[in-house]
Design a protein around this ligand. Structure first.
Ligand SMILES: CSC[C@H]1O[C@H](OP(=O)(O)O)[C@H](O)[C@@H]1O
Length: 365
């Protein structure tokens, strides 16, 4: 996507040196556009753990390049397995991390050490190109859903869409998942407006989704996480589109904490609740999301503090809670398939069910 008039992806290899890896420091957005140059494994691991880079497909892609950087230091079998395991273990919920590292190892294990660095950069590049293409396809399939609502609205109608967290282009290599259909609808001239859940505690909605949509000229309104149900009760939401970090083969959806509550409100108000994902986010090995998907527990400081910009332009973190108050910080929750209207994938839309997914991905059935 573009920042100003400059096209960007969320991760890229330095064109000058041909091996260092660039990402945006997402903890500085929307206030500063800081580009980080990653040169070694531990920098990549730290960037994923601290959420300088985040978003399920993107952390998979960046971890893939992290393995390529690690191999530059040591391409031997033991080092490669050690470094792969370390990168795969940086965050537990997004399945893309495991998927990307397993795909890299499948390419690299059969090779002699001397050939691994070049092959690693090649495979990581394919992972990025495929993610961008898959998300563009998600955009096209999701666009049809928005067009159907717009057609019912008539020429002056605005389609109001609520989204949670950030599943935009900055959460993927390009295009995004939940936001891809919204970008395409806007670019096609449809009138769309987005209710942007702030998404406490890390505020990916207020800081990243709002930044993305504003940069692209998409009308949007930031709302407190607790406002979504009220908006749906008053007919102000035509559909919900969210991203995901892991979908089970039965259609259960793990996504940013608070997604389940939005799905409950949508179900109670007959608002279509759609989940957008590339197939790399499907964990075909698990059936029951609530029982089997590991939920990341992050530090309490993300709840007890908040970061923003002061009136004189400084980025500061301030304490929200009294000293001594404890905080719990589960970073994801699981929405049961029964609350999901459907899944928007690169191969089309389907029911959030084993049959629905098998219909689009028969090779996995
Ligand atoms: C396109 S995947 C985006 C997905 O990832 C986010 O989690 P995090 O910001 O912790 O990486 C969130 O769950 C989004 O829906």
């Amino acid at each position: 996507m573009k920042i100003g008039n400059v096209p960007y992806r969320s991760v890229w290899v330095d064109q000058q040196d041909g091996w260092s890896v660039h990402i945006f420091d997402q903890t500085r957005l929307p206030w500063e556009l800081d580009i980080l140059r990653l040169t070694e494994r531990d920098q990549v691991a730290r960037a994923i753990v601290t959420m300088q880079v985040r978003g399920a497909p993107l952390i998979g892609a960046v971890a893939a390049y992290g393995l390529a950087l690690a191999l530059r230091a040591d391409a031997g079998d033991a080092a490669m397995e050690r470094d792969a395991a370390l990168l795969a273990g940086t965050r537990p919920t997004a399945i893309n991390l495991r998927w990307a590292i397993e795909r890299m190892l499948a390419r690299l294990r059969p090779l002699p050490a001397a050939e691994r660095v070049a092959a690693a950069y090649d495979e990581a590049g394919w992972i990025c190109d495929e993610d961008a293409a898959q998300n563009e396809a998600i955009g096209r399939h999701g666009l049809r859903l928005i067009q159907e609502i717009a057609a019912r609205r008539g020429a002056d109608g605005v389609v109001n869409i609520l989204t949670h967290c950030n599943a935009g282009w900055i959460a993927t290599v390009d295009w995004g998942t939940a936001l891809a259909p919204i970008y395409m609808a806007h670019d096609a001239g449809l009138k769309v407006h987005v209710w942007v859940d702030e998404t406490r505690p890390r505020n990916q909605g207020a800081s990243l989704t709002a930044w993305e949509l504003g940069s692209h000229g998409v009308p949007h309104t930031v709302v407190a996480d607790n406002a979504g149900g009220h908006l749906m009760q008053h007919g102000m939401v035509d559909m919900v589109i969210v991203g995901t970090d892991r979908v089970t083969r039965s259609g259960d959806v793990a996504n940013k904490i608070g997604t389940y509550l939005k799905a409950l409100a949508a179900h109670d108000n007959d608002v279509p609740f759609w989940v957008a994902l590339p197939s790399t986010t499907i964990d075909w090995r698990v059936q029951d999301g609530l029982a089997e998907i590991p939920i990341e527990e992050r530090g309490g400081a993300e709840v007890t503090t908040i970061t923003g910009r002061t009136a004189d332009g400084r980025i500061e973190t301030v304490q929200l809670t009294p000293p001594g108050s404890g905080a719990a910080n589960p970073a994801f929750d699981v929405t049961p398939a029964r609350l999901v209207t459907g899944l928007i994938t690169e191969r089309g839309c389907c029911d959030a069910s084993q049959d629905g997914l098998a219909g689009l991905f028969p090779e996995q059935a």
